[in-house]
Design a protein around this ligand. Structure first.
Ligand SMILES: *[C@@H]1O[C@H](CO)[C@@H](O)[C@H](O)[C@H]1NC(C)=O
Length: 362
């Protein structure tokens, strides 16, 4: 029995094609996205106007200091990483390509980013999805230099690619009153543009080794405080939610088409629309009290971020929204739980490997 076990252990050890570096924790997670997923990349972009490196961002994260996360505590990516039993992948911009950390996972997300290059132009500097994929391309080359090309390919094939983009293409582009694609394209034309771009981008990621892709669909953005501020009665903007449903449905179809076309691709759509809408409509069912306005008393006329002179709510766990755009740590936890237990998504991630310590006192 012991001999059998020993043989098993030895064969497992030798089945890995990464012989020299022993400390790679599984699984490996690469995160792509916008301010919902940024863990500090924009702090390294000196000209970026999409920044959250000031109080009270991060008030509930580790030491309570701002990290560049656009929330009071953890992002959805942080929580998913913890559920997978691995450290939250560090911001790409904080790493040297010599760091062994790149073998464990990297976060490329950048506040203000969209699927389209022209999205979020007025933030001056950000990493668009195309830029983020180029950063992954550099990472992949660096990984191959460390462990060899075959092992680097295997590592990418086994890694989870969490992608959440599209919100800014609407909020900070199509729906904007000036200098926006809404003046150039009709809605169907704009959707075609987004889906064609996403098709090219996910195909590029596939050719860089990505197989297990989880696309995090859009939430009912018509209900975020910045959009309610545009409604006469403070209600959700129904037409914006309709745009979201149309986009989500197109992305689902795109992922199916890519899975049929690209051998080995396992691209899944993580649908959080219904859950977030229910959370907003029935906050008390989830232990929340307020969902129509944000905990940080923001002035939506000057951007909707939580500025240092803002008044915070008394109990941050009772609010779904932290600022005019971003959920609180507590709401992110609810969304991440659903994402993690989604059976479609379950196909691409292994069973929960371990319980990582929760960094947030919330
Ligand atoms: C963004 O710009 C780059 C460089 O000009 C271009 O190669 C790429 O196709 C553009 N991407 C989109 C989605 O328009």
């Amino acid at each position: 029995m012991a001999a059998l076990l020993a043989t098993l252990v030895i064969s497992l050890l030798f089945s890995t094609s990464i012989p020299t570096i022993t400390a790679i924790s599984e699984p490996v997670l690469y995160v792509f996205g916008d301010s919902l997923s940024d863990v500090g990349n924009n702090n390294y972009l000196p000209l970026s106007l999409a920044k959250s490196d000031y109080p009270w961002y991060g008030i509930d994260y580790y030491d309570g200091i701002p990290t560049g996360r656009f929330t009071n505590g953890r992002t959805i990516g942080d929580i998913i990483a913890a559920k997978l039993g691995i450290p939250s992948p560090p911001p790409y911009m904080s790493l040297s390509m010599n760091d062994d950390a790149i073998l464990q996972g990297v976060n490329y997300a950048s506040g203000g980013a969209g699927i389209l290059n022209e999205t979020g132009l007025y933030f001056i500097q950000k990493l668009s999805f195309d830029d983020q994929i180029s950063c992954f391309e550099m990472t992949k080359l660096a990984i191959a230099r460390k462990i060899g090309r075959v092992a680097a390919e295997k590592l990418s094939n086994g890694a989870i690619f969490l992608v959440g983009l599209g919100s800014n293409d609407y909020i900070n582009n199509f729906l904007q009153p000036v200098l926006a694609d809404g003046h150039i394209y009709t809605l169907p034309e704009f959707e075609n543009l987004l889906i064609a771009a996403l098709d090219g981008q996910l195909t590029r990621l596939y050719h860089l080794g990505a197989r297990k892709v989880v696309f995090h669909g859009l939430a009912p953005m018509g209900c975020i405080p910045s959009q309610r501020a545009r409604a006469i009665d403070g209600q959700c903007l129904g037409f914006v939610n309709d745009y979201v449903l149309r986009f989500n449905s197109r992305v689902k179809n795109l992922l199916s088409a890519l899975n049929s076309k690209l051998p080995g691709a396992q691209m899944t759509f993580a649908d959080c629309y219904s859950l977030v809408l229910d959370l907003i409509n029935n906050p008390e069912l989830y232990g929340f009290k307020i969902s129509h306005t944000s905990c940080c008393n923001v002035d939506t006329s000057v951007g909707g971020l939580c500025l240092p002179n803002s008044d915070l709510c008394d109990n941050r766990k009772e609010y779904v929204f932290w600022d005019a755009y971003h959920p609180t740590d507590a709401a992110n936890e609810v969304i991440a739980n659903q994402l993690f237990t989604d059976p479609d998504v379950g196909q691409v991630h292994p069973a929960p490997g371990g319980v990582a310590p929760s960094p947030s006192p919330l």
